[in-house]
Design a protein around this ligand. Sequence first.
Ligand SMILES: Cc1ncc(COP(=O)(O)O)c(C=O)c1O
Length: 452
Amino acid sequence: MVTKIVLPETELPTHWYNIIPDLPVPPPPALHPGTHQPAGPDDFAPIFPMDLILQEVSSERFIEIPEEVREVYRLWRPTPMYRAHNLEKVIDGPARIYYKYEGVSPAGSHKPNTAVAQAYYNAKAGVKKLSTETGAGQWGSALSFACALFGLECKVFMVRSSYDQKPYRKAMIETWGATVHSSPSELTQAGRSIKEADPDTPGSLGIAISEAIEVAANDEDTKYSIGSALNHVLLHQTVIGEEALKQLALAGETPDVVIGCAGGGSNFGGFSFPFVREKLAGNMDPVVRAVEPAAAPSLTRGSYRYDFGDTVGMTPLLKMHTLGHDFVPDPIHAGGLRYHGMSPLVSLLKEEGIIEAESLQQTETFGRAVQFARAEGIIPGPEPTHAVASAMMEAERAKEAGEEKVIVFNLSGHGHFDMSAYQEYLEGTLVDYEYPADRIAAAMERVPVVAG
Ligand SMILES: Cc1ncc(COP(=O)(O)O)c(C=O)c1O
């Protein structure tokens, strides 16, 4: 009875998978925020190195992973896939449950898969310093780790609510040599103006992105690095799904349900896109589901339209599911899911009916995560508690229906620095947030209207 399906280092993927050529319709282009015309590589050049810009718009199906990046991946990749035998016993139904575990990376999540690639391409282009946002602290720690390996300086804007909840994430970021600032900060025009308007703001990913872009746009030696949402980030994350496909095949399984949590969509996209490729090719037919928090339900409750990726409105306009770029979600513990938008590629797949989405409240997801931890041992990060909960509910539905389903989900990171959230859950003080309909409606009124 196999529990851990491990691949040898020789099975580390050699290529990232780009889903764009396999989409049923071409993805709508990013638009210049001023002219509303399609944004070209030059529009991105002040903030990203050209290799990453070209990956953002590439139509090549497979892109070779540079050996320098694979060398770093080998520190923790391939990551294990587990058969959740103990969880299956708890549920006591016919479903077989598997999870891919990304928490074995040095930073504790999937985020280094793209951090290492982005640091590598920036260093190759002669960039000296990167600026970035972080919600959960996972991305900021992943990028500071990657920058340490490639000799880059790194400046992290950490969303205030996470900065206050997770002091050890901050220490981790500093241990790898980066500097970290609570966002909104006094360091940028964006931060100062937001603080002036709302001194008690918990911050948001959108605000931290505005600050990080402002720093990069005003300094020739600094580029901006993004932790999620954009095409090149999801591309780098496809190592997860490519490995998972092989691991499930080794277990002799074909999935019926593929699940990931979604903030900006990078672990969900990276895990599920290789399965979506096989689904579109007719080789399997799983339900593919993104799970998001009820407090920031972009895919389930947002509108599919052009909007900014940041709060202030500095990014190109992206066609995506959005709650409005200046909507500030309530301070739930899944800081990495507190984002107003969604990856344009994930959004398009949802619009085309190729994937589905659901939203869950945090007391439900933490309750399930505690059950999971007591059965499987691993304490999930607050973000993947959403995937854990959805997978468990799916298995319970399979039990009721007497169906022998194969369920696979991505456990995108551990929760070792998020124990204050578990403490609140265990003490009974964790609260749910209602769908903030009026605040979202107000934010949507400020989304630019794009013709066509
Ligand atoms: C462990 C973990 N999972 C998921 C997420 C959500 O991001 P994404 O949707 O890009 O995977 C984060 C973001 O910080 C994270 O730290």
